[in-house]
Structures are given as structure tokens and as C-alpha cells.
Design a protein around this ligand. Structure first.
Ligand SMILES: [Zn+2]
Length: 416
């Protein structure tokens, strides 16, 4: 299996918005932007919502059937490792091998020596075609990179081999993710990580590094955009060079995690992938469920009351809900209105507070983020919540489509 040039990670918490998301992708395709959908959901997400990988497969297959989608599509076992991959084998054909937990662990001396031998030729000045000034690589730095990443990549190979054995290596797309760590990887680190990936023989098709800046859940990118642009551009060139140097798959491309809502870097990434004629994979699934809340708010009556109830419970359980996301949210508690105030809001006011239109006067990123992590509460409502998704599916679908197509795809492929 070979992943196409442009792909979008879609999917949603409760598995109800597959069709609406595919419609957004279809709309892009009708304008000549060929995007391939990849339904992704992590083990973590399945555990909290109490869904299983078969549900994601069903959502994808059903949307594809209903919309007569004739191009490829995939189901991504997102952020998996050896301890939880089993559940995903049957229903996934895209595997994101998450090795962040294995960074900084010591690898065998023999492997380290092999890695150093392979890369000795890059010591001194390393010139990457397209990057103006050469990088200076010292033995000390190379050893440091080995200490940091080699064990993790070896672990990725173990997971890769395990999946290959079960599924056959032609039957899935491997991604390696190292994004859930504290520090971003530099382009030089990325280059040698790719060298290690090649050394262990993993035919990786997408790689998700941690980029500079903050990728908080549900809100825009926070960081230095010029610095991001420089790093992203260098990463593209590093990958290009690594494909040739290390014989990695020609379609290898960057995967951007927590890609939803990062509006200010979309035009930057779009411009750079077009400049170098490169592909990209962007995972946008996480916050799609907020469009359900917007749709429900707009529907009024019991649906509006449900959204207000989720907010008030989220407000009460603030600490508990924030804890697992502390590194990826930025909520100012002082900017959260109290529940009794939100309860007085109209449909429009609540929808406008949540909807991610950065310059809208009612938009409140704190309300949006709190509601985002309150998906656990919606899950606790079970059928009471899910039945509303059925009942108000039309108004919700419109929000989902506009979010993926209007706010995400159009920003990346400007001028569409
Ligand atoms: Zn990730």
C-alpha cells in the first residue's frame, strides 16, 4: 500500500461524523485537490469513549458506501505500541507507531556502533540540498542522537515486524510518531532519525516529529511562525535528501499531529509543500466533535440544554478533565464564564463562543478548550447524547463540513 500525496486524518470521537467529513474531502476533490481520507483513532480515545477499532472501520466503510467514494481510504491505528496493537490488527491498514516513550533509553552497543559507522561520513559539514548553510555535525552530537533515538527506532521496528507478520507487509502503511515529547526535534535530528529508520529497515511512509511551538488542542498554533516556517521547510528538504541517501520510500512525507485548528500555520505549510511539490498528512480528527456541540446549540431546545449541561459539568470537574491534557491545553480559568451565565445564552451566542473563528467577537478559546476536553462527559451521557446526534444530524453535518472544508482544507490550499 502506498499513501497518496495529500491525506487528511479525519474521524471523530463518537463515530457519527464520517459521512460529513468525507463530504468535505469530496468537495475538495471536486475542486481538483485530491485528498485521501484516513480515519484515525487512538487506543486512548477508544478507551475513554468505550469504542473499539471495528467501530472506526464501520464508520469509514459506511461513509464510503453512502457517498460512492471510489478512491482509496484508510483506517489508522493512531499512537499504538506493542501493548495495544492487537485490537487494531484486523480493522486498520495504517499504523502510527508511537515510540515517544522509548526515547532516551539505551540501545545495545553493537547497534550504536553500526549507527555511528553508517553516519560517520556526515561528520563535519553536512550540506542538505536546498538549505543554504551547512550543518556542523560532531561525533559528540551523533552519539547524543544515537543515545536519544536509536532504542526508540529499534522499538518501532519491533512493532512494525509484529504487524507485518500478522497482516503482511504490503497490506498497511507505517507511520512513526515522536510528537508526544517535551522538546521539538531539529532538522538534523530528523535526518539521523531517518537514517536509523532505514538502518532497521522500516519502510516508513509518514513521520510525525514534534515541531517547534505549542499545538494545543482545539485552538490555533501558539509560537513563532517564522521559526516554524524555517523548521518545516528544512524538514521537507531533509526528508527529500534522506529518501535518496537512505533509500526510504519515495512517498515519505511529514505527518502533522494535532493538526486541527492550527490555522495560522496552514498557509505556511501549504505554500512550502507547493514550493517543493511535496505531500503532507494532517491529522484533524480530535476536535470534530465540537462541531456536534455547535450544531446542538443551534438546534435549540433540549439540544441547547444538553450543551449547557456538558459545559456546567465540565466547569465543575475542571481539574479532573484538565489533568490528562495539561501539556496540550491552555485554559485561563478567569476567562471561563460561570455556568449560570452560560445557561442564559442564546443558541447563537453559545455556538459563536465555541466555533473557531478567531476574530469573531464572541469566540472564546477557553470555553472551546474546556468543552473539548469535556468529551468524557458527553460519553458518560451515552445514548442520551448519541440519540441527539441522530436527531439533529442535519444541522450538525453542515458544521462538520464547513469546519473541515471551509476552515481547514481551504486554508492549506489557499485560493480554492
Ligand atoms: Zn500525535
Amino acid at each position: 500500500m502506498e499513501l497518496e500525496k495529500y491525506s487528511f486524518g479525519i474521524g471523530d470521537r463518537f463515530g457519527y461524523q464520517g459521512k460529513a467529513q468525507l463530504e468535505a474531502v469530496k468537495k475538495a476533490n471536486s475542486y481538483g485537490i485530491e485528498i485521501i481520507p484516513v480515519w484515525n483513532k487512538s487506543f486512548r480515545e477508544h478507551s475513554i469513549i468505550h469504542t473499539c477499532p471495528a467501530d472506526t472501520r464501520k464508520e469509514a466503510d459506511q461513509a464510503v458506501k453512502e457517498l460512492n467514494w471510489s478512491q482509496p481510504y484508510y483506517v489508522d491505528a493512531d499512537h499504538i505500541n506493542l501493548s495495544n496493537v492487537d485490537d487494531f490488527i484486523e480493522n486498520s491498514d495504517f499504523f502510527t507507531l508511537d515510540v515517544a516513550d522509548y526515547i532516551d533509553k539505551t540501545s545495545e552497543k553493537q547497534k550504536t556502533d553500526a549507527f555511528l559507522d553508517r553516519n560517520r561520513k556526515y561528520l563535519g559539514e553536512l550540506l542538505i540540498p536546498g538549505i543554504e548553510s551547512p550543518f556542523r555535525i560532531t561525533l559528540e552530537e551523533l552519539e547524543k542522537i544515537a543515545r536519544k533515538f536509536l532504542f526508540a527506532i529499534q522499538e518501532a521496528k519491533k512493532i512494525y515486524d509484529y504487524i507485518s507478520e500478522k497482516k503482511g507487509k504490503e497490506n498497511f502503511i507505517p507511520e512513526i510518531s515522536i510528537d508526544e515529547v517535551d522538546l521539538p526535534q531539529t532538522p538534523v535530528e530528523l535526518f539521523f532519525i531517518l537514517s536509523a529508520i532505514s538502518m532497521f529497515g522500516i519502510p516508513v511512509q509518514t513521520i510525525a516529529p514534534k515541531f517547534t511551538g505549542r499545538f494545543n488542542k482545539g485552538v490555533d498554533y501558539a509560537g513563532n511562525i517564522d521559526q516554524f516556517a524555517k523548521e518545516f521547510e528544512e524538514d521537507l528538504l531533509v526528508i527529500d535528501f534522506a529518501i535518496k541517501e537512505f533509500g526510504l520510500p519515495a512517498n515519505l512525507k511529514l505527518s502533522v499531529h494535532s493538526g486541527s485548528d492550527k490555522f495560522s500555520i496552514y498557509p505556511v505549510m501549504g505554500k512550502l509543500i507547493r514550493k517543493y511539490d511535496k505531500g503532507i498528512h494532517i491529522k484533524t480528527a480530535g476536535t470534530t466533535w465540537l462541531e456536534e456541540l455547535i450544531g446542538l446549540a443551534l438546534a435549540g431546545g433540549e439540544a441547547l440544554a444538553m450543551v449547557k449541561l456538558i459545559y456546567s459539568k465540565g466547569f465543575e470537574r475542571f481539574e479532573e478533565l484538565c489533568a490528562p491534557y495539561s501539556a496540550v491545553i491552555d485554559i485561563d480559568r478567569a476567562k471561563l464564564p460561570v455556568s449560570s451565565e452560560v445557561n442564559k445564552w442564546s443558541s447563537e451566542k453559545l455556538a459563536d463562543s465555541i466555533r473557531h473563528i478567531p476574530d469573531h467577537p464572541e469566540y472564546n478559546p477557553h470555553v472551546r478548550q474546556l468543552l473539548h476536553i469535556s468529551y468524557k462527559i458527553a460519553a458518560e451521557f451515552g445514548n442520551r447524547y448519541l440519540n441527539m446526534l441522530d436527531k439533529y444530524s442535519e444541522i450538525i453535518s453542515e458544521e462538520v463540513k464547513e469546519n473541515i472544508y471551509g476552515r481547514h482544507i481551504r486554508r492549506l490550499f489557499s485560493g480554492v
